[in-house]
Design a protein around this ligand. Sequence first.
Ligand SMILES: O=C(O)CCC(=O)C(=O)O
Ligand SMILES: [Fe+2]
Length: 281
Amino acid sequence: MNSLTANKIKATTMGQVVKINDIKAITPNEIKAIQNCVITHGVCVIKQPNLSVHDLNKFSSLFGENINLPTFMTYDNRVENEPCVVRISNIDKNGVLIDNFKGAEYWHQDGDYYPDKKKQVWNFLYAVITPKTGGATGFSDGQRVLATLPQELLQKIEKLQISISLDDVPDFKKFKANSPNQNTSSCVYHNMVQQLDYTKTKSLYLGGLNITKVIGYNPQQSNQLIEELSTYLFAADNLYIHNWEPGDLLIWDNTLVYHRSMGGYGNEKRLLYRIQTWVFQ
Ligand SMILES: O=C(O)CCC(=O)C(=O)O
Ligand SMILES: [Fe+2]
């Protein structure tokens, strides 16, 4: 494991930079260390210039089963011949700039719309073109935040569940309208505070904050509680904002951290490749 060191990004439990010499020649020990890093710190950053889409696909499949998403969940921007790789970009599949693109500019947890075991999704996001202004990705620490909540609030939410519907996800709605035959889902339910088999600590799980509903609460009570929790979740010291450089690879566990595009890049070009993986346990 000589080639791998992990450096704290800032003083939260979240986010570590992991150095590996060559991702294409990764060793079992290095894989284990990256797994531990993501599970402990939620997000891990690897600097790895010139990674091909094919190499990225191969790399992420070492950690789980790469997900072949239905088209309406891909911004209709899948990479040709690599069905599990999606362009997170304001450049469409024909190379045309999408004016004023604002995908993913809200706090969410990918996979919240799957039933409980299936929501254990890791994202692999790799930067190819980064804008000069804006275009960062923000993360909020769902593990650390629990320690910052007042005891009474923690006790209350430990008994609560949320519901999420795939039909409500803002980024999917537009594409779903164009493909009415794609399967739609009913609601799924999750504990608001959870401990997964493979993680070391509990985390606060709200899913996409703009679509989550607290079970047993009316819409106003539900929104009020989400707002109260948001003040802790999005406190400055519970955040990590990643300013991308080409060649950065970020890996995160969607059950442990929240993420969003921070936007602000106007019509400057931005191109990231993303793979989602159902993590092996
Ligand atoms: O564009 C970003 O910064 C985040 C994209 C996103 O939500 C994702 O990769 O799942
Ligand atoms: Fe996302």
